[in-house]
Design a protein around this ligand. Structure first.
Ligand code: TXA
Ligand code: MG
Length: 306
């Protein structure tokens, strides 16, 4: 069921859950302090309660009203990348954010989405917490149709078209006073170097769990993905538009080899299409360099194939 912005606002204020568009992926949103609605998000997604939610803001001052520390570099990052596909995890005043949003952690993830409809809605409702609008473990939803395929045609959706990025935000977390990568995403690590003076490295999940969601099986279609560099046996190949593959195989084209941002924007649509067509297994062309946004691609494919 498609809602207007005014209807979405009304539903959220009543304590309901509404799917919202963002430039990365669709989110399953509730107002941050409506604890029953937040419990409903976890129920709808079948999401483990130890996996916390991102808070979506329309104004940097909202972050400052919750955070207990604003680390050096935060304002620089926010003024450069917000609104946009960057999530920053900060220590917060635990009395100000419900426990179930944070999954009991002393921190909160924040992001300002770059979708005009999402921003307008958040200006009307205040901060919205939202995980990606997919059943837990499945590929994220990058269109209203994907949301409806997971939650039903009657589910309330603020329809905002295809998500431009089509891949989740990059998450920065603080470790020992430095930002590191909690999750690879729509922004490659090297874009932060000029601002921070260092390139954030992958956070080690060793002693402390950094991004709880990263430990889970994720982004996976029902189809089996075969990550491959040769394709003699392949029936279906997810691969590059400018490459030649063995005759007889059907190629699911994810874009040209020099445009990882296009490939990422097509990834979840292709993974969901496999299931919609009842395809049981597909080979994926892994002949690409592990640099820039290709690191995000590689990480998502490994999770989706595991
Ligand atoms: O692009 C995105 O980030 C999308 C859109 C809707 O904003 N959201 C999204 O949410 O991908 P979700 O819930 O699917 O993934 C959020 C990730 C999870 O891996 C979660 O563990 C991590 O963020 N996370 C959330 N709060 C955290 C915290 N306080 N500390 C560490 N990791 C956190
Ligand atoms: Mg998700």
């Amino acid at each position: 069921m498609h809602l207007s912005i005014a209807q979405a606002k009304e539903q959220l204020i009543l304590g309901k859950v509404v799917a919202i568009p963002t430039e990365t992926v669709y989110g399953l949103a509730a107002i941050y302090d409506k604890e029953k609605a937040i419990a409903e998000i976890f129920r709808l997604k079948n999401r483990p309660p130890q996996n916390p939610l991102i808070m979506h803001v329309s104004d940097r001052d909202q972050v400052k009203s919750f955070a207990s520390i604003i680390p050096e570099g935060f304002d620089l990052l926010a003024s450069h990348f917000w609104p946009g596909p960057l999530t920053v995890v900060l220590p917060v005043d635990e009395n100000k954010v419900p426990n179930n949003v944070r999954a009991g952690l002393p921190t909160q993830a924040f992001r300002m989405p770059a979708h005009p409809m999402a921003l307008e809605l958040i200006r009307l409702t205040g901060p919205l917490v939202a995980p990606s609008a997919n059943l837990s473990g499945r590929p994220s939803a990058v269109s209203e149709a994907h949301v409806e395929s997971d939650f039903g045609i009657d589910f309330p959706v603020l329809a905002g078209g295809m998500a431009k990025r089509g891949i989740e935000s990059t998450i920065l977390v603080l470790q020992n006073g430095r930002f590191c990568l909690g999750r690879l995403g729509a922004l490659p690590p090297e874009v932060f170097t000029p601002l921070l003076g260092y390139t954030p490295e992958l956070a080690l999940a060793g002693s402390k769990v950094v991004c709880p969601g990263q430990l889970l099986r994720h982004y996976a279609p029902l189809a089996t993905l075969i990550l491959a560099k040769e394709f003699t046996e392949a029936k279906y190949i997810i691969g590059f538009s400018n490459r030649h593959y063995p005759e007889g195989a059907q190629v699911l084209d994810w874009g040209p080899e020099d445009r990882p941002e296009i490939i990422l924007s097509n990834l979840y649509t292709i993974l969901r299409m496999l299931d919609a067509k009842g395809i049981k297994d597909a080979h994926v062309d892994m002949n690409f360099p592990e640099v820039g946004l290709f690191q995000t691609l590689s990480e998502r494919l490994r999770k989706a194939a595991s």
